[in-house]
Design a protein around this ligand. Structure first.
Ligand code: ADP
Ligand code: NA
Length: 350
């Protein structure tokens, strides 16, 4: 069996929003208890869509500050930035040779991000999921908390791990680095684990506040579509008050949210922020109008987010503290990644 190990990453691009917080960061915090966790600011991924970032160092610090402000303990766990550990890129190259072009062609995020002129997208954007697989597997991590948008990339990581394990099966046996696991009902002597996506909670996919069919995203041109972690109370209040809804009030049963994506989204956000189920929220607010529910959501969002925003601001004022955390985290991550890479080089015959 592989030792249970949690890995996830967030890109240092643009403002963090409520989707990143509820889909990812908040769950990183909860997983600390009883697990070994590695949380990464994936700065190399930030180059895939845009080559030049004037403020990369400050963006990187602000993601690390969000991790710490949300409650991640960088002493017990590891917080670092990806480019500090070149082993990620080394393994990604090997995975580029393992992954098949047909697999990459199925990635819906590439199609979305590349837009119409796919010929002009970078090769890095195309290979992004292969680097993501390397980010995880260079620690032989087993569990990956992410939002629902990353599900397909994690399936690809499993395919890559499986093909590596099978193609190098003899070498893995010979070197003695493998671990006996079962995949389905098959016993496999594997070097890389089959990563388990941890996608869940009441809000695995937080939607735009302006359009219930699109996910809340950093890249949405409308700032009203998302709540940013750095928004002040007035901005949070304004965005929730202006959030698109339908004319009906809240239903008392979950079924009543069907075909009402905006209503469903606001209930899911409330549930996630309050650490309740959507059913609990409807038990409380069912039959009420949005004119009652929205102010309650504003108050809850401010109560949860304001302390985090305040702590992020404080941390960003003293960059030496965050820089020290990233430096130490980078050293620890590098040492662990190098253990894997020494074995991988051996398995391959380098
Ligand atoms: P973005 O998608 O905004 O560019 P990242 O790719 O850095 O952000 O994603 C960081 C984490 O946040 C990932 O685990 C991703 O799945 C999660 N995430 C991003 N957007 C959402 C959303 N709207 N709802 C839930 N989780 C999300
Ligand atoms: Na994403």
């Amino acid at each position: 069996e592989f030792k249970k190990l949690v890995f996830s990453g967030v890109q240092p691009t643009g403002n963090l929003h409520l989707g990143n917080y509820l889909g990812a960061i908040r769950r990183f915090v909860a997983l600390q208890e009883g697990n070994d966790c590695i949380y990464c600011v994936v700065d190399m991924h930030a180059l895939t869509a845009q080559l030049v970032h004037e403020d990369m160092p400050s963006q990187t610090r602000s993601i690390a500050a969000a991790f710490i402000a949300a409650g991640i303990d960088p002493e017990k766990h590891i917080v670092f930035n990806q480019s500090a550990v070149p082993q990620h890129a080394e393994l990604a190259w090997i995975f580029n040779c393992v992954a098949r072009i047909g697999w990459m062609n199925r990635m819906t995020q590439f199609k979305d991000k590349a837009g119409k002129d796919r010929e002009q997208a970078s090769l890095g954007l195309y290979a992004y999921p292969s680097l993501m697989a390397a980010d995880i597997l260079v620690y032989r991590a087993t569990h990956v908390p992410v939002g629902e948008d990353q599900k397909q990339h994690l399936e690809l990581a499993r395919d890559i791990a499986m093909k590596f394990n099978l193609d190098y099966a003899e070498h893995i046996s010979r070197t003695g680095y493998g671990v006996d696991i079962t995949v389905g009902n098959e016993p496999v002597h594997a070097y890389f684990p089959m990563v388990e996506p941890l996608i869940g909670g009441p809000a695995p996919r937080v939607m735009s506040l302006r359009d219930g069919t699109k996910k809340m995203s950093k890249s949405d041109p409308s700032d009203l579509s998302r709540i940013n972690l750095m928004d002040d109370e007035d901005a949070i209040s304004k965005k929730i008050r202006k959030a698109k809804t339908d004319p009906d009030g809240l239903p008392s049963e979950i079924d009543g949210l069907q075909g009402r994506p905006e209503a469903d989204n606001l209930v899911a956000i409330y549930a996630a922020l309050a650490d309740k189920s959507k059913a609990d929220v409807l038990a409380e607010f069912g039959g009420q109008q949005f004119s009652i529910f929205k102010p309650a959501l504003v108050e809850l969002a401010i109560n949860v987010l304001a302390p985090i925003t305040g702590e992020m601001r404080r941390l960003m004022d003293d960059t030496s503290h965050i820089d020290a955390i990233l430096r130490k985290g980078g050293e620890r991550a590098r040492a662990r990644a190098e253990v894997t890479m020494r074995q991988v080089r051996d398995i391959i015959g380098f």
